[in-house]
Design a binder for this molecule. Structure first.
Ligand code: BG6
Length: 514
């Protein structure tokens, strides 16, 4: 057991949002059911949201307020975290519904009337968050209508505040992200725009900053002098489910690399900011993104391995090939796996490769960052049969076994001299109890509190796209034969295509799979 001392008592106190409302566009979608409603209820249940609060779900389907309240209660009752909570009823009574066409201004005018009367009833002082849990193709329409109807007033970021949360993908390449940002800017200033990436809300990810900047012993070794390479893996065993419409147009690089993995990379690699303030942190992120070496588009396979899952078995269950998933074209070359190597051309990281990989239908759900240190300079254990020099690994485990571990060598007891590799572990679950479920909760609360630190700023989104766009365009313009050669089929339940092993092995390194 760790000896826990809470150093920052003040900050640890629960924050409470001021009176406010939230409108969720895409009220009947998966994101709303699985993430947003539970997150909002969690905040309400914990007292982070005041009684002066209401929620309006909006979508095309016609549903009455009463039916929507029943839907919300059912979602919460079926959630084992909340099933027994006495506050479900109270929360559901604060939920309302508005049906309408996303492109019809009259629908927004009706919504405005409804919001005005609910705002008076719940005394929310006109404060409102608009959460766009809808396909990205609808963002501009909804923002335009919100602006034109007067629901969203540009510059209104306090008393009352009008803020919008948009989900990734923020565009589908560099140009479209610039266009999207500039379109939104007509109706909302950047202070009102919250580009959400739920990886930024994860405790284990935020802990990287605390680990790096709350401990002085790591900084001297956090650079090219001591670190051999860094691996970032975000693997999932699930397939694409019913998301073909989005996924086949996006692929794993747009879905995961441009946002989640790039964010993880910046957490590990940025320079220490002056403070963890919104501006300082996001400025460091910008410096880092600008230092990433452009990919070699003339020879994509030098920097990337792409894959697509074939049919096969996962946990003894037969699963479909990607191309046989509902609504996926049978000749699709969309990648469901990528591995890539990134170099950061700055003083700290020169020459240190960052290997990033992510895929669907892999062996298990695993999100982790491994910092692999250089090997010992000489080999003094040859007589014990150890033929290679040894190294240490610090792992940030995001899923499962959330926490941090340090791998090191130790003498195994009782043997004359026998060496084993052991882990010194910090586990969130062991130290603090239940499994962490925080990502969306914190982020929505931050938006209500007006704190943008854990959201993507528009220049950083654009920089991230700037890196990736030439690669995406090059791939899209390949001939069918070239795509066939580039996108390797892989077995579900594996760690991706064999080419991914070779990709790292040619640098004399190995993927860390647990
Ligand atoms: C989403 C992606 O952003 O993140 C999904 O769109 C992916 O494709 C999901 O499954 C993974 O999130 P987590 O938190 O389960 O690792």
């Amino acid at each position: 057991m760790l000896n826990q001392t809470i150093i920052s008592e003040g900050i640890c106190q629960i924050s409470k949002a001021c009176p406010c409302s939230i409108v969720i566009f895409g009220a009947s979608g998966d994101l709303t059911r699985k993430k947003l409603i539970p997150a909002l209820f969690n905040l309400y249940n914990n007292g982070n949201i005041p009684d002066n609060f209401f929620l309006v779900g909006s979508a095309r389907t016609k549903i009455s307020d009463e039916d929507y309240q029943k839907i919300v209660s059912d979602i919460l009752i079926k959630n084992e975290l909340f099933a027994a909570s006495p506050k479900i009823n109270d929360f559901a009574k604060r939920c309302f519904y508005h049906s309408g066409d996303y492109g019809d201004i009259n629908s927004y005018i009706e919504l405005k009337d409804k919001m005005n009367s609910l705002s008076t009833q719940f005394k929310t002082e006109g404060n409102c968050v608009f959460n766009l849990a809808i396909p990205a193709t609808l963002y501009t329409k909804v923002v335009e209508m919100l602006g034109k109807s007067g629901l969203l007033i540009r510059g209104s970021n306090e008393k009352p505040f009008h803020r919008i949360i948009i989900e990734k993908p923020f565009g589908r390449d560099y140009n479209s992200s610039v266009e999207l940002n500039s379109f939104i800017d007509t109706y909302a200033s950047d202070k009102q725009v919250y580009r959400i990436d739920h990886y930024m809300g994860k405790d284990t990810v935020q802990n990287i900053y605390v680990f790096r900047y709350g401990n002085s012993i790591f900084e001297p070794i956090w650079n090219r002098n001591c670190i051999d390479h860094i691996q970032i893996t975000v693997a999932e065993d699930i397939g694409i489910g019913n998301r073909a419409g989005f996924y086949d147009q996006a692929g794993q690089m747009r879905d995961m690399l441009q946002n989640h993995l790039m964010h993880l990379l910046t957490c590990i690699a940025i320079e220490p900011p002056v403070t963890l303030s919104e501006e300082n942190l996001r400025n460091e992120k910008k410096k880092l993104l600008r230092s990433i070496r452009p990919f070699n588009v003339d020879n994509i396979s030098e920097d990337f391995v792409l894959g697509q899952y074939d049919y096969g078995k996962i946990n003894n269950e037969q699963v479909k090939a990607y191309r046989s998933e509902t609504d996926v074209p049978p000749n699709s070359y969309t990648e469901t796996f990528f591995a890539t190597k990134i170099f950061i051309d700055n003083w700290r990281w020169q020459g240190v490769p960052f290997y990033l990989r992510s895929g669907k239908r892999l062996k298990s759900k695993l999100s982790k960052i491994s910092i692999v240190f250089k090997k010992t300079p000489t080999l003094i254990f040859q007589d014990l049969g150890i033929s290679d020099r040894l190294s240490n690994v610090i792992s940030f485990n995001i899923y499962p076994d959330q926490g941090v571990s340090l791998q090191f060598q130790a003498k195994i007891p009782e043997q004359k001299m026998c060496i084993g590799t052991l882990n010194m572990d910090f586990s969130y679950q062991r130290e603090f109890g239940s499994e962490l479920t925080s990502d969306y909760n914190y982020l929505i609360l931050d938006c209500m509190m007006g704190d943008q630190t854990l959201f993507w700023r528009k220049d950083n989104v654009e920089l991230s796209w700037k890196l990736l766009t030439p690669v995406l365009e090059k791939i899209e313009n390949l001939s069918e034969a070239e795509k066939r050669e580039l996108v390797h089929q892989y077995l579900p339940g594996s760690w991706g295509p064999k080419a991914s092993e070779k990709f790292i092995e040619k640098d004399n390194r190995k993927w860390i799979n647990k």
